[in-house]
Ligand binder design. Structure first.
Ligand code: IFM
Length: 786
């Protein structure tokens, strides 16, 4: 018969072979406790659990002062009194407090004998062990493990074991559902309430809380059961209590010194997007009942199995560099817990916190999407569907600015209408107007770049026909109305490129080149689909009122768009007049390796210098690897790297990849480690505000595109790998069309295995050589990365 098994002194409901901690390279350990709010919140961010539907920060159950525990559900935004819509902090089900003799056991109030939280990234489980010494001298050990289920995203559980070490007596154990949650707001000191209570109910075996967002009325339902599962013989008193928007279930138990007491909390979270409003309570209770009936063990087994499958696809193995390996796994873990299940965008901080208010930026298509395209194309499709669904908002953005077509928002949330805040407290604590929403228009083509990349890798024609063409044509129409006819050429004036230090600039090279490419793509597709699927094109053209003449005009704009490319030096000017600005090279670095601004330069006057915030021209060279010569790559890397302040988390990964291409390999490795450790090392001192999703996606790209050297060249797989000295090998798998491709790179050879339903010979280029690789057979090919 199934029972409770002992692990050390603790009793666990589920045996060790299922929930036992994985080997060290899969773990993120956080030992000790510091009282500072920032430190508490950094740990919460790093230990976040998730399943793509929701994320749960790794907060301590007793919620010490300074905590910022949070649960965020993908795509739930609300404005209310905020300046713009923001991602809503949802009710929590993971609270737990222990009281003895009128005093709580809390890490910030008790002295700590031992404390550790361990995130098991292989299984998506967060473990905690704390031994507290209470002011009264009482010592107690608390062990918890919690997870949000990967196989059934609405379920979560927390298993708790409490062991009084040196006392017997009455212990009060509280856990509930907490709807008293506020967002932290955009400006310091703000607290914004986005939810109001709809229903709070209790039954014999459950608690239920239903809240709704104040503006759109989206309902969030949480149901939970909380019970003592070990030692049923003990004296026990159970009292459910409701305080306003908070439910607390109190269990009072007479504990005996040295004995362990196990509790189990099972929780269900749904929203009115999946369940009709009227049925929410019934539905939640029903789900909770079947969870209880089936038992936590069966659900955890499935959860762990789901994780195993994910890692089988997404794991990247580096032999010889333990630190890099662990950091890569941490970044992939972040991508796995944010994999969209429905058409939703991914925010710049994933669902890990309220930084950037959960808004979706270009980070999504340019930095994050590639991981999903190559590993989980269905998730990539969902991300692109979000952009399709927000086309009406994008059309409104264009209209509001006096343009035609569709203009994707620089910051996007529910509808796709621009939600960039108007003011920000910027570097050096100045409050200033934010121009990115009006001027950082490259986002429009970034989205289309992501879409084209998706199509090229997956070959998903249905997506292109049903959604993609409309996105491409409407955004092309926007650009045709946005460009300025300057007589002998077309220009794009008053923009912000990726480098946000320079606003209101003309002809940003990155933007102009991308728009050239975008318009050209639109023309090419219009003509091609016109030949291959004339009915489809006719229907679309009627719906969009699109004519052949309009499309011809796009080609003219594409050909005539200005791009300053100096053939002799190879240098590309970032925007008109950039080379005339005051020139400085960065030569001083602080203790953490961050560049120090030259004397006289501040973030208020930096616009008048050539110093840039993040990769801009280099970004362009990276996106179009086959369009620029080696000479141009080296010239631009050498020039711009010395002038880049890396004040953005989007910068290091680009420098890592471009460094490899420019053969500045030591620099490249150092940039790579910065991006891979960006949050683990709190590089920009703001990990408390959430994970930097672009750095996470950029880490994956730096490994696969950079060290692995993977690209797709005219519909053919290409590999140009290079491994850092200490890496013995690098292994990864990607999906390409209907095939799965396993690659292992060594210093002088690659091993490739292309899985396919058919026996065929597939061309593959390795550096400048072309090979035919037979499917379903491991093939080893030599190379020399000169
Ligand atoms: O999209 C980025 C931008 O490039 C730099 N500032 C932060 C944004 C969100 O990550």
């Amino acid at each position: 018969m199934e029972g409770y098994t002992a692990t050390g002194s603790a009793y666990v409901v589920v045996p060790d072979e299922i929930v036992g901690i994985s080997s060290e390279e899969w773990l993120l350990r956080k030992r000790g406790f510091r009282r500072s709010a920032r430190h508490i919140q950094i740990t919460e961010t790093l230990l976040t659990l998730g399943n793509g539907y929701l994320n749960l920060r790794g907060g301590l159950e007793e919620r010490p002062p300074g905590h910022s525990s949070g649960l965020y559900i993908s795509g739930i935004y609300d404005k209310s009194e905020a300046d713009v819509e923001e991602m809503v902090r949802c009710p929590l089900w993971t609270d737990l407090t222990l009281w003895s003799e009128g005093e709580a056991f809390c890490l910030s109030g008790c002295s700590r004998v031992e404390h550790e939280q361990v995130l098991d990234m292989k299984k998506g489980i967060l473990h905690r062990t704390t031994t507290y010494r209470h002011a009264s001298g009482r010592i107690l050990t608390l062990e918890t493990l919690r997870m949000v289920m990967m196989h059934n995203v609405h379920l979560g559980c927390m298993l708790v074991t409490i062991t009084p070490r040196n006392f017997s007596g009455s212990l009060r154990v509280f856990s509930g559902l907490d709807g008293e949650v506020c967002n932290r707001g955009f400006f310091e000191g703000e607290m914004l309430k986005h939810l109001q209570l709809e229903k709070i109910e209790r039954g014999r075996h459950f608690m239920y809380l239903e809240m709704k967002t104040r503006e759109q009325g989206i309902r969030i339902a949480e149901a939970a059961s909380w019970r003592l599962v070990s030692s049923p013989m003990h004296q026990l008193k159970w009292e459910p209590r409701i305080y306003g928007e908070r439910f607390t279930s109190e269990i009072t138990i007479d504990v005996r010194k040295g004995e362990s007491y196990s509790f189990e909390k099972l929780a269900v979270v749904t929203t009115s997007r999946e369940v009709p409003e009227k049925e929410m309570m019934k539905d939640s209770i029903c789900r909770l009942r079947s969870f209880v009936k089936r038992g936590v063990r069966a659900e955890i087994e499935e959860h762990v199995g789901a994780w195993e499958k994910l890692w089988k696809q997404a794991d990247v193995v580096v032999e010889g560099d333990w630190e890099a390996q662990r950091a890569i796994r941490f970044n992939i873990y972040q991508l796995l817990i944010n994999s969209p299940r429905t058409p939703t965008g991914i925010g710049a901080k994933f669902l890990s916190s309220e930084g950037y208010m959960g808004h979706v930026f270009w980070d999504t298509e340019i930095f994050i999407l590639p991981f999903y395209i190559y590993n989980f194309p269905e998730s990539a499709r969902q991300m692109l569907l979000y952009r399709y669904n927000t086309l009406p908002g994008a059309r409104k953005n264009a209209r509001n600015m006096g343009y035609r077509g569709a203009k994707y928002a620089w910051e996007s949330a529910t509808t796709g209408e621009d939600v960039t805040p108007r003011f920000a407290s910027k570097l050096e604590r100045t409050i200033r107007f934010i121009y990115t929403g009006r001027e950082e228009d490259h986002i429009v083509s970034d989205v289309i770049f992501g879409l084209e990349r998706y199509f090229r890798v997956t070959g998903d024609e249905a997506f292109l026909f049903d959604y993609g063409l409309e996105m491409i044509f409407l955004t092309a129409r926007f650009w045709a109305s946005r460009v300025v006819d300057a007589g002998d050429r077309y220009e794009i004036r008053c923009v912000i490129g990726p480098d946000e230090f320079h606003e209101h600039v003309d002809n940003n090279a990155y933007t102009n080149y991308l728009v050239k490419w975008h318009l050209n793509l639109a023309v090419m597709l219009f003509r091609y689909i016109g030949k291959t699927h004339p009915d489809l094109l006719d229907n679309l053209a009627v719906r969009l009122e699109l004519t052949g003449e309009e499309v011809d005009s796009w080609l003219e704009v594409s050909r005539g768009l200005k791009l300053s490319r100096d053939r002799e030096s190879g240098l590309i000017e970032q925007f008109d007049g950039y080379f005339d600005l005051r020139d400085y090279e960065l030569s001083r670095f602080d203790r953490s390796g961050h560049p120090v601004l030259p004397r006289g330069v501040t973030y208020r006057n930096i616009q008048s210098t050539q110093l840039i915030k993040q990769a801009d021209v280099l970004m362009l060279l990276l996106l179009f690897p086959h369009a620029f010569s080696q000479k141009e790559i080296i010239a631009n890397f050498t020039y711009y790297e010395k002038r880049t302040v890396h004040k953005s988390s989007l910068s290091h990964c680009i420098h890592a990849m471009m460094g490899i291409r420019a053969k500045k390999r030591l620099r490249a490795y150092s940039f790579f480690m910065k991006t891979a450790l960006f949050d683990l090392d709190n590089l920009h001192k703001n990990t408390d505000l959430g994970i930097h999703a672009a750095a996470v996606g950029g880490t994956w790209q730096a490994v696969i595109y950079g060290f692995g050297g993977l690209s797709i060249k005219s519909d053919r797989l290409a590999l140009n790998p290079w491994l850092p000295k200490k890496w013995r090998s690098l292994s990864f798998s990607v999906h390409w069309r209907s095939r799965a491709v396993d690659v292992t790179v060594f210093h002088n050879r690659v091993a490739v295995l292309i899985h396919s339903d058919e026996e065929e010979n597939i061309p593959l280029s390795l550096y400048r050589k072309m090979y035919m690789v037979t499917t379903n057979m491991k093939t080893e090919l030599p190379y020399c990365a000169s």
